[in-house]
Design a protein around this ligand. Sequence first.
Ligand SMILES: Nc1nc2c(c(=O)[nH]1)N[C@H]1C(S)=C(S)[C@@H](COP(=O)(O)OP(=O)(O)OC[C@H]3O[C@@H](n4cnc5c(N)ncnc54)[C@H](O)[C@@H]3O)O[C@H]1N2
Ligand code: MOO
Ligand SMILES: [Mg+2]
Length: 397
Amino acid sequence: MISYQEALEIISQNTFKQTVEKVSLSEATNRVLAEDIKADRALPPYDRVTMDGIAISYSVYADGQRQFPIAEIIGAGMPQKSFNTPKQCVQIMTGAIMPNGLDTIIRYEDLTITDEVATINVETVKEKQNIHFKASDKAAGDVVLTKGTKLSAAELIVAAAVGCAKLPVYKLPKAAIITTGDELVAINETPLEHQVRRSSNYGVESLLNQWGIETEQFHLADDKALMLKEIEQILKDFDVLVMTGGVSRGKFDYLPEVLEELGVTKHFHKVKQRPGKPFWFGTSDAGKQVFALPGNPVSSFVCASIYIRYWLNTSLNQKPNTTYVKLQQDLDFPPPLTYFLECKLTSTKQGELVAETFKGNGSGDFANLTQADGFITLPDNQSAFKAGEVYPYIPFR
Ligand SMILES: Nc1nc2c(c(=O)[nH]1)N[C@H]1C(S)=C(S)[C@@H](COP(=O)(O)OP(=O)(O)OC[C@H]3O[C@@H](n4cnc5c(N)ncnc54)[C@H](O)[C@@H]3O)O[C@H]1N2
Ligand code: MOO
Ligand SMILES: [Mg+2]
C-alpha cells in the first residue's frame, strides 16, 4: 500500500494532455491562460484626467495667477484639444484626455466659478497633479497576462481592456461519473428498506463542476458483464472517468478486475489513508485517467476533493498554495494512515486559522460533512495530535 505523498506523486506523473481552445471572456473565469497576452496600446492609452475640475498651466499658477477665465468644457470621449492661451483654463471631466498646452488639474472642491471665471481657493496645487499618465501602468506591447495564469476577475478586466474578446485557455476534460451498486436508486425514487438513494456522486459532480469540468452521470448495476460493456463505451466517449464504489474487498466489488480487463493500467490500488483507503487509480491505453473512488460517501468526497483537484492542477501546471491551520483540540489517531478529518476554520484576531474538527460516525456519515468546510491532514507517522499544532488543510467549499 502506498502513502498519500506517493499517491500524489503518481497522479502528477499521469496528467491529461494540454490542448488549447478559445473561450469568450464571460466563460473564462477560473480557466488557465494558454498564451501570453500583450497590451495592444498603452495603459492608460493617453494622459487621463482623474478629477472633475479645471485644467490649467502650472507655470501661470506658480507666477501667482489664481483667477482663470474658462475657455471651454471638455468631457471624456472628446478628442484631444490644444490651447495656446495659458492664462485661461478649461473645465474638464474625469476620464478626458489631457489637452495640449495645459498640465495640471484642480478639482471643483478647490475652486469657485463665477461669471465664467474659476478662482482657485487653495495653495496646495502641485504641478501635473490629478493626471494618470499615458503608459505609466503598462507600455504598448508589454505582456499584461502571462501564460499559465488562472484567470480571475482581475485578469478579465485587463483582457477586456486590451481587446481580447476571446481568450486562449487550456481545454478541460469531460468527465463521466459512474456509480455502481445494486442497493442504489435514483434520487426521485422511494427506496425500499434495503436500498439507498445515490447521493455521493452529486457531491463529486458538484466539485468537478466548480472546477469547470463538465460531467455526465451513469449508473451501473453490480454485474460484471454489463460493467465491461458499458465502461468500454464510456471510456471511448469521455476524457476522464470518476467512479464511486465497487473497489474494496466485497464479492460484488468488480471494478478493479473490470478496469484491468478493459486495458486500464493500474497505477495503484489502496492508499494508506482514512477515509478513502481502497482508492484505485489507472490510465487507459488511450491515455485517459480513471479514478475509482471508494464507495463510502465521505471517502469518495475526500478522494475527489484531494486527488482529482490535484490531478487537474498538476495537469494545468497550477501550484496550489497550501493552507496551514492550527488544530483546536487534542486528538488521537493510532493507525499508520494519513487521516483526513472534517473540520471548520475560524480566523482569530491574532491572524491564525484554527480548525475545529468533527469526527462523526466514519466514512458513511455524509451528514457530518455539512458542518465542515474542509479536511485537516494529519500525517501517518504520528498518533497523538495536540491542540495548537499546525497541519495542512484542504478546502472543499
Ligand atoms: N473487508 C474489507 N471491507 C472493506 C474494506 C476493507 O479494507 N476490507 N474497506 C472499507 C472501506 S475503507 C471502504 S471506503 C469501503 C469501500 O467500498 P467500495 O468502494 O467497494 O464501495 P461499495 O461497497 O460499493 O459501497 C460502500 C458503501 O458506500 C455506499 N455508496 C456507494 N456508492 C454510493 C453513492 N453513489 N451514493 C451513496 N452511497 C453510496 C454503499 O451503499 C455502501 O454503503 O469498503 C469498506 N469495506
Ligand atoms: O476509507 Mo473507507 O473510506 O475508511 O470508509
Ligand atoms: Mg464494497
